[in-house]
Design a protein. Structure first.
Length: 231
């Protein structure tokens, strides 16, 4: 599991790369969130040396990892999945097969774009309530006990009150996934308007020097634009 397509290329290539270490009967499990096109092309190279490849990104956060509730999505041949399923079950209890090589990475991007979009919408709601005279802590508590409290909002919503000391998933990493989504949207002719708007707010956060903060810093970015204090 590495950070992006460039990092994946760097660990695959060369005499000491992963590709050089593969051979007949081996299964390579790539858990990175990279370009689905690159992932699918890489799987063909892996097949060329007699091995098999599965793209297996995970969905979850620090809290879901600690609670043993990570979910995994798998792209590749189902027979190869069956061979390694016990290993994957040790990582997370939920393993979903979604199709051929590259499809799990696509599914991960389609999932991840919603993290930032939800975080931005949550931030808008909190700031609107605060501007109207409701205490920020109260607004957060009410929303976390309402119908809008998805699992992601439940564990990241409190970050609008206090950022974690170490980012769970920083602005740069989040924007990498948003840009992958926007490129896929362009290629497949699927409009992604909320993704595009949220991506611009991530760019604003970077412009404010907040790129190493958890992407929940979208709240502070929006608060600054609204003339309110972040934390």
């Amino acid at each position: 599991m590495v950070t992006n397509t460039a990092a994946l290329k760097s660990v695959m290539e060369g005499p000491d790369g992963i590709l050089a270490g593969l051979g007949q009967g081996k299964v390579y499990i790539d858990m990175s969130t990279s370009s689905p096109t690159f992932s699918a092309a890489l799987s063909e190279r892996v097949k060329g040396v007699g091995a098999a490849m599965l793209d297996v990104p995970v969905s979850g956060s620090v809290s879901t990892l600690e609670e043993g509730r990570l979910s995994l999505m798998v792209g590749g041949e189902e027979a190869d999945l069956e061979r390694v399923l016990p290993v994957l079950k040790d990582i997370g209890p939920t393993v979903n097969y979604v199709g051929g090589n590259g499809k799990a990475v696509l599914m991960k991007i389609a999932t991840n774009l919603q993290l930032a979009v939800q975080m931005l919408a949550f931030s808008e709601g909190v700031l609107l309530a605060e501007r109207g005279g409701i205490d920020r802590h109260t607004a957060v508590e009410v929303m976390l006990n309402s119908v809008i409290a998805s699992p992601m909002v439940r564990y990241r919503g409190p970050f609008v009150l206090e950022q974690p000391e170490e980012a769970w998933f920083d602005v740069n990493m989040m924007q990498k996934d948003m840009l992958l989504a926007l490129e896929l949207g362009r290629e497949s002719k699927v409009p992604l308007p909320t993704t595009a708007v949220t991506n611009e707010l991530l760019t604003a956060a970077r412009g404010m020097g907040l790129e190493k903060k958890d992407f929940a810093i979208l709240f502070d970015t929006l608060a600054t634009m609204a003339g309110l204090n972040g934390k």
